[in-house]
Design a protein. Structure first.
Length: 322
């Protein structure tokens, strides 16, 4: 069953409202940066959750946090985060990039749709949410997990966002939970967007060092980016489930970073200059042939880690949007 067909009601808010998001299916980042008006169209969707009627009467328009799931699609942990945020007075929108593309998981194959498409969905959702009469357009943030963390960091990057939203428009803040930073723009500027990363140092899916480098590049370009590294924590340490090995996971955390030219073209690690025809699959094949790929990686939580994430999450959104 698609996420949109499920009925979800939060304790401190009403039933989730389905919103259609006019988005697109770009082949790569070049498609977005240099061909934003000619992209193949696609409508994705998600559910909007608003705080209770009493909270609405007190506060007027709500700040909103967009929750962007990772490679397993919308999970109970994402809904739990959204419910926590609604209980704290935020509106929450849970984005589903998978259902409309007839994808259930990208764990075994991340190339079923591009990382650029994931990030474009975030910007497309911002456009819709910024027009909602109950949402404060100046206080919209995005919280992404794993692949979703990559999406929200890219969506905050001005080289990617400006061609879609216009100069300077977009997310006020981004919380990236254990993101993959394998694709980075040579120009990493994020403007006024406040970036926070929370990640475990035992992550087997994504490289903490690569993400540290990404945050430092943002800082050196004048942006605000902070990273909290959690000792002993694995990927998806916010799930509140026991540590488990995902045997089908295809990962290559030690592969070289692939940089993106100003026009969005991939720069192959073994070549000079951008190639607008390169795709995610081309770079994944390179990583596998170079010996970086492997199967199997752990996810899950040690005692107290889910609560640690929840507290960090609430403190960040209260500081940036509250």
């Amino acid at each position: 069953m698609r996420f949109r067909d499920s009925e979800i009601v939060f304790t401190h808010g009403g039933k989730g409202q389905n919103l259609d998001i006019p988005s697109a299916n770009p082949l790569n980042y070049f498609d977005v940066v240099s061909n934003a008006t000619g992209l193949p169209k696609l409508t994705v969707d998600g559910k909007l959750f608003l705080p209770s009627t009493d909270a609405r009467q007190r506060s007027g328009k709500f700040p909103l946090v967009m929750v962007v799931p990772g490679s397993l699609g919308v999970a109970p942990s994402h809904l739990a985060h959204a419910e926590t945020l609604v209980g704290d007075g935020f509106a929450a929108f849970v984005l589903d990039s998978f259902g409309a593309r007839d994808v259930t998981s990208t764990v075994a194959n991340q190339t079923q749709f591009s990382f650029a498409a994931s990030a474009y969905d975030v910007l497309a959702a911002w456009k819709v949410l910024a027009q909602h009469p109950q949402i404060d357009a100046g206080r919209i943030g995005a919280q992404g997990h794993s692949r979703g963390g990559s999406a929200v960091m890219t969506a905050a990057t001005r080289r990617f966002a400006d061609p879609v939203l216009g100069e300077g428009a977009g997310l006020k803040a981004v919380l990236a939970a254990y993101p993959w930073s394998g694709h980075q723009f040579l120009d990493p500027r994020v403007g006024e967007t406040d970036i926070r990363v929370v990640m475990g140092d035992a992550d087997e899916w994504c490289s903490p060092m690569q993400v540290q480098g990404h945050c430092q590049a943002i800082r050196l370009a004048g942006g605000h980016a902070a990273m909290r590294l959690i000792g002993g924590a694995h990927h998806s340490f916010d799930r509140g489930t026991e540590i488990a090995d995902v045997a089908e996971a295809s990962v290559s955390p030690a592969a070289p970073t692939v940089y993106l030219a100003d026009d969005g073209a991939f720069i192959h690690p073994l070549r000079d200059g951008g190639d607008r025809a390169l795709t995610d699959r081309d770079l994944m094949v390179y990583a596998l042939k170079a010996g970086y790929g492997r199967k199997g990686a752990k996810i899950g939580s040690h005692a107290g880690e889910a609560e640690l994430f929840r507290d960090d999450m609430l403190a960040f959104w209260q500081r940036t949007l509250g």
